[in-house]
Design a protein around this ligand. Structure first.
Ligand code: GLU
Length: 421
């Protein structure tokens, strides 16, 4: 498929290559491929803010909506220095396959600002969040495109987004954003949903390969909302967390780290740095230490052709979006002893509970946390079973099976709706 476009860079190429592999497998003719893969529309904005020192700085922001065939688009907003339109587009494409696999009535979207949020004061972060949402008003809406948190954003940023949108509408529109604080239209269980989902699926993968989670060992890269909750949940299930890392430090202890103490340290200081000197470790080699469960829960492209043959885990649970490059994937296809829980399945808990939040907001009828968790587990269970079944029936890797299901749902919906006009 040949298309020149604004969507360039390694991450978008990854999304394209993954798509081409499953499109070959599904025998999708070339003329249909562009229609399914290329994003429907994108908005780029310049966001000026006053810094605390009185200067004015302009940040570049983006929002990409991949397809609108199944309903509104849905996806997070990332604040990170690496953000560009190609990365945001790839993440939007992955959101589409993720939502389709989970059976949610959404297309994928993603947004972001090229900024290191840690370098901003709280006032500057609020100004930037509000300015970004203000620029997005013509492009988003509760039935058009629903935002959520992603790397570098959190419940507070979602509250500012919701407030800004609502002030312009002259009424509260809580359903324009999910991942809001409970008490400001948020749902019970959303903050924990992605990490809990990762832990649930690790449990299901473990059952499949005959591994007991209790007494197993886990290494987790990334200790943000996803990694920390996955670590706490797996620890509660009896797993020993022997390695963790974030952008600031990595720790390893074969006797097990104290996850609650790590979590408390991050809550206080904002990162893992300075937690201990005894268990300090080299971040890169953390991924190739022997363990039962390896969870990349940070950024894209960390399992590569350089380290894929050296992984010594039994389950690779992709909490992050796009942590495994297509070259690494080719290596992992030849390593059936590693059970891969692909990103669009593994981290879907977040968007699934976002969907529950959106539904509750539209109805103004709120569920308790047990109901949220129960529905989350049932949704993940259906997806897990579907992926396992297709992988077996068609002799595919779990990633290719998951992507095939997602791509087929979108393809079929486009075929049934037909081409307008
Ligand atoms: N940013 C999350 C993801 O990548 C959540 C998206 C959402 O809740 O809409 O899946």
């Amino acid at each position: 498929m040949e298309t020149s476009s604004i969507y360039t860079g390694k991450v978008f190429e990854m999304a394209r290559q993954q798509f081409e592999i499953v499109a070959d497998h599904l025998d999708i003719p070339d003329h249909e491929r562009t229609r399914i893969l290329m994003p429907k529309r994108a908005l780029a904005v310049s966001c000026p803010i006053h810094r605390d020192d009185g200067s004015v700085v302009v940040y570049q922001g983006y929002r990409v909506q991949h397809h609108l065939t199944l309903g509104p688009t849905k996806g997070g907003t990332r604040f990170a220095s690496s953000v560009d339109v190609g990365e945001v587009a790839a993440l939007a494409v992955w959101m589409s396959w993720k939502c389709a696999l989970a059976g949610l009535p959404y297309g994928g979207a993603k947004g972001g600002i090229a900024v290191d949020p840690r370098a901003l004061s709280r006032r500057e972060l609020e100004a930037l969040s509000r300015r970004y949402m203000q620029e997005m008003i013509p492009f988003v809406g509760p039935h058009t495109d629903v935002m959520a948190p992603d790397m570098g954003t959190n419940e507070q940023v979602m509250a500012w987004f919701m407030d800004t949108y609502s002030m312009y509408q002259g009424r509260t529109v809580s359903e324009v954003v999910t991942g809001k604080p409970v008490g400001t239209g948020g749902t019970a269980g959303r903050r924990e949903a992605t990490g809990r989902g990762v832990a649930y699926l690790v449990g299901r993968a473990a059952e499949t390969i005959g591994l007991r989670v209790s007494g197993s060992t886990a290494i987790i890269q990334g200790f943000g909302n996803v990694g920390s909750v996955a670590a706490l949940t797996l620890e509660a299930a009896g797993a020993k967390i022997i390695g963790v890392s974030d952008h600031s430090a990595a720790y390893f202890d074969k006797n097990g780290l104290n996850v609650s103490a790590l979590d408390a340290h991050v809550a206080k200081t904002g990162s893992l740095a300075g937690y201990s000197t005894e268990s300090l470790f080299d971040a890169e080699s953390l991924l190739v230490q022997p363990c039962d469960i390896l969870i990349p829960a940070a950024v894209e492209r960390v399992v590569t052709k350089k380290n894929a043959s050296d992984l010594k885990c039994r389950i690779l649970a992709e909490g992050a979006n796009g942590p495994t490059t297509p070259e690494a994937d080719a290596i992992l296809r030849e390593r059936p002893e590693i059970f891969v829980i692909p990103d669009i399945l593994c981290n879907a808990g977040g968007v699934i509970v976002s969907y529950f939040e959106w539904v509750q907001g539209l109805q103004q009828l709120f569920w308790d946390e047990d109901e949220v968790n129960d529905r989350l587990n049932r949704t993940l269970e259906r997806s897990f079973q579907a992926v396992s079944r297709i992988a077996k029936q068609r002799s595919l890797s779990t990633r290719d099976a998951a992507l095939s299901i997602g791509v087929e749902v979108v393809r079929n919906a486009k075929a049934t709706r037909g081409l307008f006009p």
